[in-house]
Design a protein around this ligand. Structure first.
Ligand code: ADP
Ligand code: NI
Length: 219
């Protein structure tokens, strides 16, 4: 017999919490918890299977390819292994794996081979955590982790990066706002996601204005 949805979710949350211990702050358990909460909030307004939404939100960063030599199958594979180990229904495992495989910003450089309302909810939840006050903190945390400059007026943002360039960039962190973060509001899928994104986007714009002014010593 299949175990109950609530139990599957509890076991998955526990597994993710354990696995992400010591992870870089932008992709740690707190990121997962925020995305999980956002996904529940957004998902309530949509016609979706909440079990799939919650499991995918919990497992979406279980193994980031960035930290596994670019292997993009490692995440879906680890998620699948775990979900099968707790007897999750096969169709649900497959759906969660497809979501993890197809929801990253990197995947958006390619024509998506898969989408679903559940993917759209989790993707919005993940994108919301990349913008606004938290998004700013995560970007600089990641930039610091990679030993990047905060800003360098001589290095202009590259708005036409290929997927490879995006993966390998060592540009200053401020460039990432122009290359990715400020583009996210127009890529939101759900109406709840769009609404929250607008407010967070406005906050980032205000932040950047202040940042550049301070850089020049104007404020
Ligand atoms: P995805 O979840 O789509 O794989 P990433 O792993 O690229 O997204 O991004 C996760 C977090 O790391 C986000 O908050 C993002 O802003 C940050 N990040 C990724 N690349 C950079 C970068 N080049 N500079 C600063 N922050 C980055
Ligand atoms: Ni994420």
């Amino acid at each position: 017999m299949l175990i109950e949805d609530g139990q599957l979710i509890d076991k998955t949350a526990e597994y993710v919490r354990q696995t992400l211990q010591g992870a870089e702050a932008g992709h740690d358990w707190w990121h997962i918890q925020r995305v999980w909460n956002n996904a529940k909030l957004i998902g309530r307004q949509e016609a979706v299977d909440m079990l799939v939404v919650e499991l995918a939100a919990l497992l979406h960063d279980i193994a980031d390819s960035k930290f596994y030599g670019g292997d993009e199958e490692i995440g879906p594979e680890m998620a699948g292994l775990f979900l099968r180990s707790i007897d999750t229904d096969a169709a649900i495992v497959e759906h969660v794996q497809q979501i993890i495989r197809n929801m990253s910003f990197k995947a958006s450089f390619e024509k998506l081979s898969f989408t679903s309302p559940e993917l759209q909810v989790v993707q919005d939840a993940d994108r919301l955590d990349a913008i606004g006050a938290i998004g700013i903190a995560r970007a600089f945390t990641y930039g610091g982790f990679k030993n990047r400059e905060m800003h360098n007026p001589d290095i202009a943002p590259n708005l036409n990066m290929s997927k490879e360039e995006y993966k390998n960039t060592s540009a200053p962190t401020i460039n990432h706002f122009h290359e990715k973060l400020l583009l996210l509001k127009d890529r939101m899928n759900t109406s709840t996601g769009k609404m929250i994104a607008q407010q967070r986007h406005a906050f980032m714009e205000q932040y950047l204005e202040q940042f550049y002014a301070e850089w020049e010593g104007l404020k």
